[in-house]
Design a protein around this ligand. Sequence first.
Ligand code: C2E
Ligand code: MG
Ligand code: MG
Ligand code: MG
Length: 292
Amino acid sequence: QAKAAGRRTFMRYDDAMDVAVRQRATISGALRKVLDRGELRLVFQPQLALAEGRITGVEALLRWQSDEHGDIPPADFIPMAEESGLILEIGEWVLREACLTLQRWRQHGLTELTVSVNVSVLQLLRGDFPEVVSRVLADIELPPSSLELELTESVLMANAEHTAAKLQAFRELGVSLAIDDFGTGYSSLAYLKRLPITTIKIDKAFIGDLTHDPEDAAITSTVITMAHSLGLNVVAEGVETEAQVRFLREHACNEVQGFWLSPPLEAHACLAFIRNWRPAREGTPPRPVAAP
Ligand code: C2E
Ligand code: MG
Ligand code: MG
Ligand code: MG
């Protein structure tokens, strides 16, 4: 009987695999057409500078709303776009769309605001990526200092030899560089010291339990201190509670991003959120105002 049950389990697993493989194939097929169909869009999540109580930037995050498959999270479709190489085209679309959106917002006086764009490993590996970025900025007439590129540790390690020179090209353009998901990879701050980066984003895995887990608290405060000693700006991502904000403020973290401030918003809603934002009075913590 146990054998029969085992066999049943095995067959179910096998069927599930088969469905997953077939679904994957159709999804990556559909992915090929998304750019033409306009099924991709960007949402924007604001970042708050704790000391100034000011919204300093937004991160552009990709969304795919498929007619056939519904909403597909980036964690599911970006790996497929990378496998098929389509991420190059998608990535350039993201870059252009993010810059266009910020350029529109600048007409409302938000000239200090920056936009952060996530970069995939294939984009960084292509030789002409700095030229692509430079061309997009020139086309849109956006100052390079308004753009920040977010690279994960694994993206940097995948290309370790040439990374420093590539990154230097971006810095010469005037574009800022952030290390995303910091703490989840294997790069040390000593290695990062050799790279011309400007910002470290502490991964949300460390922020979630910050106020309950002494180890996460120790890691977070150590990363902030070391980053500051290297002259880097520190952003905490996935900040969800007031208690986390208090800890981060006490440890001089520069900026926070997360549901506590705002979830990622559609462009028009994000613009309204930023325009309605009122910096807190001296001594009182900034509080999110409801987005209209
Ligand atoms: P990421 O760059 O680390 O982005 C932060 C993720 O955390 C986003 O997930 C965001 O929605 C989510 N998040 C924001 N605030 C909170 C919070 O308070 N709590 C929690 N638990 N999560 C929060 P999302 O939008 O699903 O994106 C997932 C990942 O997909 C991104 O992680 C990034 O690695 C990748 N991605 C997104 N857009 C792009 C893109 O345009 N190009 C590339 N190459 N990758 C992208
Ligand atoms: Mg910034
Ligand atoms: Mg990111
Ligand atoms: Mg991240």
